[in-house]
Ligand binder design. Structure first.
Ligand code: ADP
Ligand code: MG
Length: 524
C-alpha cells in the first residue's frame, strides 16, 4: 500500500542511511511531502506530532545538498530540545554524504557556536532568537541559503517568535525554497505563508492515516473495580509530569478525581462533552491554572483512557494530547475483558498497534521508589554533597560495619519518605487545592528550617497575616507552601531571593509531580 523509500529518487547514500536508522517505509506525511520538496516547490505540511515531519523536509534537504563551508539550508525550531533533535536526525540522514548539521540555540555559549560556524556548517538548525543574534553579529552567513524550513510553526508562534521569524525571513535570499510544517494552521501562520512563500503546495495528513510514532501505546486489562488501584500504581511507578485521564461520564470523572484527591494526588476534574475547539479552550484554562499553576500543556506525559474510547477518531485525538513539543508520550488504555473487540477495532481503523502491558506489582512500586533513592545517592556522591557527614560515619565505623551503617541510614530515609507522603496527603485536601496556590521554596529540613521559620519569613516579608498561609510541607531540600490565590504574586515578589537562616531562597509556583486532569470527553 505504502511506497518504499527507493521509490523516491534518492541516492544510495541516503537510502542506506535511512535503512540504518530503521526507517522501512515513508510515513504518510513523508510520502506526500518528499516528492514535491525534491522538485524544489514550497511546501506547507500539516500533520500531528510524531508523524515524521523532520525526515519529510530532512530527506530532500540532505539529498540535494553537499558538504561545503557555508550553510545551504536553515531550519527554525521553537525550542532548544527540538533544535537538537532535528539536527541529530539530519546528521543521521546525512551521515554517508558527510553533511554536517549543527544546532544553534540560546543558553549555549555563543563563542562555541561562532567557532563551529566558522569551521564550516552545511545545515543550521536554530531557535529564532539565537539565529537572529548571530545574524546581527554577522557570524552566520545566509548568502548561500537555498532552503528554509519553519518547523513546528504553531509552537513558534505560541512562544512569541513571530517578529524574530519575520526579521529572519527578510534576511534570507528570496530565491529559495521555503517549507513550513505545523500541527495546526492558525490564521497568523496562513498570513506568513501567503507573505513569504511562493505558490506553496499544501500537504496534510488526517488523523485516520496517522502513525503516531512518538507515543508509546499500551493497554492494561483491568477489571472495573480495580481501575483506581491500577491508575495510582501506574502514577507511582511511571512518575509522570502531568497525566490527562479520560473517563466515560461526568460522574465517573468526579468519582475518580475525588478518590485521587483523597489519596493525595493533585487531581482536578474537567467536564463536558466538548467539541475539538472546546477541548482546546479547556486545556487553555487548565494551563492557566484552574488546577495547578505553572503547568504547561506540553508537559502532558501520560494520557490514560480510564474507559476505552467509543470510536477510533476519539482515541487518536485523546492520545495526541501527549508527546508534544518533541517530548515522547505514553498513552495508556484500560480495557475490561469484554472490551477486547473494541480495542481491536480501534487498532485496525486507526492503523496503530496497542501493546498489552502488565500492571506493576506492589513490589515494583516499592522498587521504583528504591531506584529513586539510589539515583539520588548517586547524585549526592558525585556532587560531593556528603562530606559533612563523613565524620559521623567515621565515628560509627569504630563500632559497626560500613554495610550496617549504610543500611541503617537508608532505613532512616525510607521512614522519612513515608512521613513526607503523609504531609502530601494533608496538603492536598479539596478546599486547599482550590483556593490556594502551591509555592515551591528552595529551603528545607536540611537547612535546619522549621515550619514556624517559613511562616515568619513569609508573613513579615510579604507583610501578610501568618494565619493566611495554608499548609506547609517541609522536605529535605525544599518545601511546599500553600498561599491564597490573591496573595501569591505578592509573596513571590517579596520572598523570592530573600535570605532565610543565612541562605538565599528561591520561590516559585510549584509544578506538581503527579498532577492529573480528568476529562469526560466522549466520542468527538
Ligand atoms: P514530528 O516532527 O512529526 O513530531 P518526528 O520527525 O520527530 O515527528 O518523528 C518522530 C519519530 O519517528 C522519530 O523518532 C523519527 O526518527 C521516527 N520516524 C520518522 N520517520 C520514520 C519512518 N519513516 N519510519 C520509522 N520511524 C520514523
Ligand atoms: Mg517535529
Amino acid at each position: 500500500m505504502y511506497k518504499r523509500f527507493y521509490n523516491f529518487d534518492l541516492s544510495d547514500e541516503v537510502l542506506n542511511a535511512l535503512s540504518e536508522m530503521g526507517f522501512e517505509k515513508p510515513t504518510p506525511i513523508q510520502e506526500s511531502a518528499v516528492p514535491p520538496a525534491m522538485e524544489g516547490l514550497d511546501i506547507i505540511g500539516q500533520a500531528q506530532t510524531g508523524t515524521g515531519k523532520t525526515a519529510a523536509f530532512g530527506i530532500p534537504i540532505i539529498e540535494k545538498g553537499k558538504r561545503g563551508k557555508v550553510p545551504y539550508a536553515i531550519i527554525l525550531a521553537p525550542t532548544r530540545e527540538l533544535a537538537v533533535q532535528v539536527a541529530q536526525e539530519l546528521n543521521k540522514i546525512g551521515k554517508n554524504k558527510g553533511i554536517l548539521s549543527v544546532p544553534i540555540y540560546g543558553g549555549q555559549s555563543i563563542d562555541r557556536q561562532i567557532r563551529s560556524l566558522k569551521k564550516g556548517v552545511d545545515v543550521v538548525v536554530g531557535t529564532p532568537g539565537r539565529v537572529l543574534d548571530h545574524i546581527r553579529r554577522k557570524t552566520l552567513n545566509l548568502k548561500n541559503i537555498q532552503t528554509l524550513v519553519l518547523d513546528e510553526a504553531d509552537e513558534m508562534l505560541n512562544m512569541g517568535f513571530i517578529d524574530d521569524i519575520e526579521t529572519i525571513l527578510k534576511e534570507i535570499p528570496a530565491e529559495r525554497q521555503t517549507m513550513l510544517f505545523s500541527a495546526t494552521m492558525p490564521k497568523e501562520i496562513i498570513r506568513i505563508a501567503a507573505k513569504y512563500m511562493n505558490n506553496p503546495k499544501k500537504v496534510a495528513v488526517d488523523a485516520k492515516n496517522m502513525i503516531v510514532l512518538k507515543i508509546k501505546q499500551v493497554f492494561y486489562e483491568v477489571r472495573e473495580e480495580y481501575k483506581i488501584k491500577a491508575l495510582t500504581r501506574l502514577l507511582d511507578v511511571e512518575d509522570p509530569s502531568l497525566t490527562l485521564v479520560f473517563c466515560h461520564t461526568k460522574r465517573e470523572v468526579d468519582e475518580v478525581a475525588g478518590k485521587l484527591q483523597q489519596m493525595g494526588y493533585y487531581a482536578g476534574a474537567i467536564h463536558g462533552d466538548f467539541t475539538q475547539s472546546h477541548r482546546d479552550e479547556m486545556m487553555d484554562k487548565f494551563k492557566k491554572g484552574d488546577i495547578e499553576r505553572g503547568l504547561d500543556i506540553t508537559d502532558v506525559s501520560h494520557v490514560v483512557n480510564y474507559s476505552i474510547p467509543q470510536n477510533p477518531d476519539s482515541y487518536i485525538h485523546r492520545i495526541g494530547r501527549t508527546g508534544r513539543a518533541g517530548k515522547s508520550g505514553i498513552a495508556i488504555t484500560f480495557v475490561t475483558p469484554r472490551e477486547y473487540r473494541q480495542l481491536r477495532l480501534i487498532e485496525r481503523s486507526a492503523k496503530t498497534r496497542i501493546e498489552k502491558a502488565k500492571l506493576p506489582t506492589r513490589d515494583e512500586v516499592r522498587r521504583a521508589r528504591e531506584q529513586e533513592i539510589l539515583d539520588e545517592i548517586d547524585d549526592i556522591i558525585k556532587d560531593e554533597n556528603h562530606s559533612g557527614y563523613l565524620a559521623m560515619v567515621d565515628e560509627l565505623s569504630s563500632r559497626y560495619s560500613q554495610r550496617d551503617i549504610a543500611a541503617s541510614a537508608l532505613s532512616l530515609i525510607f521512614s522519612d519518605m513515608e512521613s513526607d507522603e503523609e504531609d502530601e496527603v494533608g496538603l492536598s485536601d479539596l478546599t486547599s487545592a482550590k483556593n490556594y496556590v502551591r509555592l515551591f521554596m528552595t529551603v528545607g529540613k536540611r537547612d535546619r528550617v522549621k515550619v514556624a521559620d517559613i511562616v515568619k519569613s513569609i508573613a513579615s516579608g510579604a507583610n501578610i497575616p501568618g494565619k493566611k498561609i495554608g499548609n506547609i510541607a517541609l522536605f529535605d531540600k525544599f518545601s511546599f507552601v500553600e498561599i491564597p490565590h490573591d496573595l501569591a504574586d505578592k509573596v513571590i515578589s517579596s520572598v523570592d531571593n530573600s535570605v532565610l537562616n543565612g541562605r538565599k531562597i528561591r520561590v516559585q509556583p510549584a509544578r506538581a509531580k503527579k498532577s492529573v486532569a480528568l476529562d469526560s470527553v466522549r466520542a468527538v
